[in-house]
Design a protein around this ligand. Structure first.
Ligand SMILES: Cc1cc2nc3c(=O)[nH]c(=O)nc-3n(C[C@H](O)[C@H](O)[C@H](O)COP(=O)(O)OP(=O)(O)OC[C@H]3O[C@@H](n4cnc5c(N)ncnc54)[C@H](O)[C@@H]3O)c2cc1C
Length: 380
């Protein structure tokens, strides 16, 4: 491979949904000479594995700041989808039927009740149904269902189309993409970034956004005491062929979920595993996903299984994203640790990181996600 030397105003490391959204937002804010560096091909890691659910209400246990952040990102999706369609011609299939959450056991019923109470007290859109109504809404669900919630604003997108739309739009906006190129380390002088070192040479730059997902803490800096630790959390997924489709809503239970796609695929997920960087689909993973899927709808048992895969969710020690400038090193920004919510949080992450880089203005919304929050924490 030929050695190269390039210069950039901003380098974005990682071409998943987060790196692509940040690069697009930088270009839209007028950043010139943005270079995105991706080790493999665009969007082929966790972003490719995702189910594409935009479901903060189905996932949250309380109305904390993180929940507000998630809802804000969900609520800008219609404008984000429309802009991407205009820029790229690609429809990311924002599907707005809503999300159902089913209870099958006493403990599930209690859980649903609690969720209904705090979400209605917080003024959120939520509906509660008994089993009979739930079965009328989705006839394919199990007769064992006890109760259901509906979150009308929790939606889904086709995450692989989202990647294509982002890649297309970002390239048209003038961002240079260096795929098949690994960022190995950062060169720092007098406390500021001056270049990134890659497998093909170095790129001189004063600003770097680390958006390399589960691999974010593997990029070397001359600051070995930096305590940022991003851990890969494996999620396995199964894909069935459902023609005709067996449900209209995204359907959750406390143990799993089904996601119907417009083209007849039905996704079933997922596992949450500490397995290092191992992306294998395992017998135990398949078993647990199948058990949860069949509990939601026994009809899944008659469908053809067409694919299975696993991805590595990027997870910080406190499960929150890591977003914003690093106080220790001038010109260094992080946009990682999105864990279960990278698709959901992409548009808001892009906006706020681009604002921080281009306008040097860090929104107070980002305080709780600061990369510096780990400096006082001992992580083994
Ligand atoms: C099974 C599963 C289901 C999920 N479902 C949902 C969902 O329904 N909704 C939701 O919001 N989220 C979901 N997620 C989470 C979501 O997929 C992630 O949070 C999101 O994809 C993270 O995006 P990313 O760009 O940070 O990481 P990635 O998509 O992993 O991208 C990181 C990129 O950085 C590149 N890279 C790494 N190191 C380097 C380097 N040194 N140099 C250059 N490039 C590098 C990698 O090759 C990769 O392409 C799911 C995840 C999984 C696994």
């Amino acid at each position: 491979m030929t050695e190269f030397y390039q210069t950039a105003d901003v380098v974005v490391v990682g071409g998943g949904v987060i790196g692509l959204t940040v690069a697009r937002a930088l270009a839209l804010r007028g950043a010139q000479n943005v270079v995105l560096i991706e080790r493999g091909s665009l969007g082929a890691e966790s972003s490719w594995a995702a189910a594409g659910m935009l479901a903060p209400q189905a996932e949250a246990d309380c109305a904390d700041q993180f929940f507000q952040f998630c809802c804000q990102s969900r609520d800008i999706y219609p404008a984000f989808a429309a802009a991407l369609l205009e820029e790229s011609g690609i429809d990311i299939e924002l599907e707005t039927t809503g999300t159902l959450y089913l209870a099958f056991t006493d403990s599930d019923v209690n859980e649903l009740e609690k969720r209904f109470e705090w979400q209605s007290a917080a003024g959120l859109q939520i509906e509660r149904f008994d089993a009979e109504i739930a079965k009328l809404i989705e006839p394919s669900i199990s007769p064992e269902v006890r109760a259901a919630l509906k979150f009308p604003l929790d939606t889904q997108v086709e995450s692989r189309r989202l990647i294509s739309a982002l890649a297309n739009s970002t390239e048209k906006l003038g961002v240079r993409m260096l795929t098949g190129t690994t960022v190995e380390g950062l060169r720092i002088e007098r406390g500021c970034v001056v270049a990134v070192e890659t497998s093909r040479g170095f790129v001189s730059t004063g600003n770097v956004v680390i958006a390399s997902g589960a691999w974010a803490s593997l990029i070397k800096t001359p600051y070995p005491h930096s305590s940022l630790r991003i851990e890969p959390i494996r999620g396995q997924m199964l894909c069935f062929e459902a023609n005709p489709q067996i449900c209209n809503h995204v359907i959750y239970s406390p143990r799993g979920y089904l996601v119907p796609r417009g083209d007849g695929r039905l996704l079933a997920g997922s596992t949450t595993e500490h397995a290092g960087f191992d992306k294998r689909v395992t017998a135990a993973g398949v078993n647990s996903i199948l058990t949860a899927a069949l509990e939601i709808s026994p009809l899944v048992g008659s469908l053809g299984l067409t694919a299975s895969w696993a991805g590595l969710r990027p997870c910080a020690p406190d499960n929150l994203p890591v977003l914003g400038a690093c106080a220790e090193i001038g010109g260094l920004f992080y946009a990682t640790g999105h864990y279960r919510n990278g698709i959901l949080l992409a548009p808001l992450t892009g906006e706020l990181i681009a604002q921080a880089v281009v306008e040097n203005k860090v929104s107070p919304v980002l305080d709780i996600f600061s990369p510096d929050r780990f400096d006082t924490v001992t992580v083994n």
